[in-house]
Design a protein around this ligand. Structure first.
Ligand SMILES: Nc1ncnc2c1ncn2[C@@H]1O[C@H](COP(=O)(O)OP(=O)(O)OP(=O)(O)O)[C@@H](O)[C@H]1O
Length: 256
């Protein structure tokens, strides 16, 4: 993993300036600028169509903007790299729907992720080294799945699958994790455990969480960025955001 080589001397892990993305003339992102500090847990909110997914797509190299700049640390130009390289450089992304290997155990899923980037044939013959064993044990503790380590991933609860997938991402040792709606469909208890898990990931890494659930955002966020029509509408604490007239207006009719 090349994460050691990210230059965060100035405390910034991600820096986007004046980024615009158009789809057939429609600006999904419109001169968007955003800076995320190293070790930060940032929440990104915004009504449907605000541009949250497009923003994640730009950061991970899936979508190239028409204009603007995007840097990881001081000097890694994200716009010059493809998706696979950006993942290797240290940006991990978790989509809303968990994708674990259902007929492998929790432990085996983590073992495959620790090795990562191997062909299916190599993966089949792979046996973890003792160093990997230690790493897997520590990941199991982090995600709170020690007791179900030998259970097949397909038999886990929805929440447990989400935690396992977060563990699989952590196995790749990302510097910046993007997590899309982690608590959608979770029980109250699962939501609380997820809040604790996400909080435990910083400041060793930086995390951006896209989330609609305001109660959850309140439970984890230090700083919230509100997107609207492809731009940053405002940034601030959850109290500042929820009492802001502009935010209330764009969320009118939605749960804010
Ligand atoms: N590939 C595409 N082609 C055309 N329009 C697109 C494409 N992807 C996104 N859009 C449009 O760009 C706008 C921003 O979409 P985006 O998915 O980024 O919003 P979002 O904030 O993630 O919304 P949601 O909360 O509903 O997921 C929307 O109006 C969407 O319809």
């Amino acid at each position: 993993m090349m994460t050691e080589s990210i230059d965060t001397r100035h405390g910034v892990i991600l820096y986007l300036e004046d980024v615009s993305v158009s789809f057939s003339g429609y600006k999904a992102l419109n001169n968007l600028s955003l800076a995320v500090d190293r070790g930060e847990l940032r929440c990104l909110i915004g009504p449907n169509g605000a541009g949250k997914t497009t923003l994640m797509d730009v950061i991970t190299g899936k979508t190239k903007p028409d204009q603007g700049s995007a840097y990881l640390g001081q000097d890694i130009n994200l716009l010059e790299n493809d998706e696979a390289t950006i993942a290797r450089l240290g940006i991990g992304r978790k989509f809303q729907k968990p994708s674990v290997f259902p007929v492998q155990s929790v432990r085996e899923n983590l073992a495959l992720a620790v090795k990562g980037h191997r062909s299916p044939w190599e993966a089949l013959r792979y046996r973890p080294s003792s160093e990997d064993d230690d790493r897997i044990a520590s990941l199991l503790t982090t995600i709170g799945l020690d007791v179900v380590a030998h259970k097949l991933a397909g038999g886990l609860s929805h929440g447990q699958k989400q935690w396992l997938e977060i563990g699989m991402l952590l196995a790749q040792e990302p510097s910046l994790l993007l997590i899309d709606e982690p608590v959608a469909g979770m029980t109250q208890q699962e939501t609380e455990r997820t809040a604790a898990l996400l909080q435990s990931l910083v400041p060793q890494r930086s995390v951006i969480v896209v989330e609609h659930d305001m109660v959850f955002v309140r439970s984890i966020a230090r700083k919230v960025t509100v997107l609207h029509e492809g731009s940053v509408l405002m940034e601030g604490s959850i109290d500042e955001v929820q009492s802001d007239g502009r935010v209330r207006e764009v969320y009118l009719g939605e749960a804010c």
